[in-house]
Design a protein. Structure first.
Length: 144
């Protein structure tokens, strides 16, 4: 499922404006494919070696505990956020702040991001930049 929000705005001519945007994206979810690592891997969510090992360990632990098949014991939450279009504005984003929350400490987070994400809580990571020009959209996967 895809949801898009858009609106029309009018800006007064010959005036400097400060525009702020704040969003809470809509997250889709479901059961990941049995080959979650191969299906999503580096191409979509930039899974590194440690993320792959965490996924395999979590799936193995649940499989032993609950007797289910490989990855059917995991639940996925996917969030995509279009950020690249900000490069079409007149200059970079003046102050950019990103907060990513994986919701539970035991969840596994994987996303492609080109800056340092600082761990700010048991489930949260943050990034702040001034005069930020995004290089890519955000595609985030959380496995529970």
């Amino acid at each position: 499922m895809r949801t898009r929000f858009y609106w029309t705005q009018r800006f007064p001519a010959h005036r400097t404006l400060i525009i702020g945007h704040s969003y809470q994206p809509i997250t889709g979810g479901g059961m990941p494919p049995e080959d979650v690592v191969e299906s999503y891997g580096a191409s979509r969510y930039c899974m590194d070696r440690w993320t792959r090992l965490a996924i395999d360990a979590k799936a193995a632990w649940r499989r032993l505990r609950q007797g289910w098949n490989q990855y059917s014991v995991l639940r996925e939450y996917q969030t995509d956020y279009i950020l690249e279009t900000a490069r079409t504005w007149h200059g970079p984003i003046g102050r950019f702040h990103l907060t990513v929350d994986k919701l539970k400490a035991g969840n596994i987070l994987s996303l492609c991001w080109d800056g340092p994400l600082a761990k700010t809580g048991p489930t949260t990571y943050e990034f702040t930049a001034v005069n930020f020009t995004p290089a890519r959209d955000i595609r985030m996967l959380v496995l529970e």
